[in-house]
Design a protein. Structure first.
Length: 122
């Protein structure tokens, strides 16, 4: 961890590790205004477990912060980009997320991340 003369840099901090359902776990490291997310599988039949079985260890996905996940999904859909999620859904840390299929980004799974929860219907 980088340090300054006054102690650890405020740009580096560890978030608490979290479980997401019975599918896996995550640990987030804040770096400036971004995060590095480490994810792990709780079994071979989970999304991360299937990824590891097929591709081995390595980068699972790259996330991009966007202002409006629903609007970005619409633009990508209009351009014919294959989507994993057709609609935004709740993500970690109270975010709203959607995944774009790796076929649309040269083999890289892309996560769109919007700060804040999904808007309430109606």
């Amino acid at each position: 961890m980088p340090s300054t003369s006054t102690g650890p840099s405020s740009q580096w901090s560890r978030s608490i590790g979290r479980w997401f359902g019975n599918r896996g776990w995550e640990v987030l490291f804040r770096v400036g205004t971004s995060y590095i997310q480490l994810v792990g599988s709780l079994g071979p039949d989970t999304p991360v477990g299937k990824f590891l079985e097929k591709r081995g260890e390595g980068v699972h996905h790259v996330g991009y912060r966007v202002a409006d996940v629903a609007a970005v999904l619409e633009r990508l859909r209009a351009k014919g980009v294959p989507l994993v999620d057709q609609m935004p859904r709740p993500g970690s840390r109270g975010t709203t997320v959607a995944f774009v299929h790796p076929r649309g980004f040269r083999g890289v799974l892309v996560e769109l991340v919007q700060e804040g929860p999904l808007p309430k219907p109606g």
